[in-house]
Unconditional design. Sequence first.
Length: 172
Amino acid sequence: MPELIPVLSKKTIEEQIVGIARRISDDYQGCELVLVGVLKGAFIFLSDLVRHLTIPVKIDFIRAASYGSGMSSSGDLRLSADTEIDVKGKDVLIVEDIADTGLTLESLKKHITSLGAKTVKICALIDKQERRQTSVSIDYACCKVEKGFLVGYGLDYAENYRELPEVYHLKL
Ligand code: XMP
Ligand code: MG
């Protein structure tokens, strides 16, 4: 039986999101901010985050699939859905569930920059350092986790566990 070891509680997630939302609201005061959520993993994080912001934002999604049903990134970015809002001249904040090798976020940042965004920054629920292969900066990270494959709160393993309200380390 797979084992689920608690990593982030509801309370920790909520506290971190409140703090990050405050920073984002301060930093983007008076800006035309577009949040671009990375599907599917960021859907819960993004929806909790926006409800703590105190500035107006527009919301869009992008769908990157580099994982299949496995546990490691190929680094070969495939977009299965692109943004719909015209981000030209706008400030964009990519909202991702987890930065692991950093390859996906680095490619997404390049992609959104190529669409003419004025600024592109990154917000991730989890900044997982162990396998980082790029120097892409995670501008807003709720939680830093050293290692382990994590599930819950939007994160999946083979499409399972996304609905769990907390984050767990999955041991197969
Ligand atoms: P890279 O390696 O490109 O990967 O930074 C980022 C993408 O990989 C997924 N990922 C995970 N998904 N538990 C997950 O459910 C994890 O521990 C994990 N680590 C990486 C994630 O979807 C992200 O978009
Ligand atoms: Mg993802």
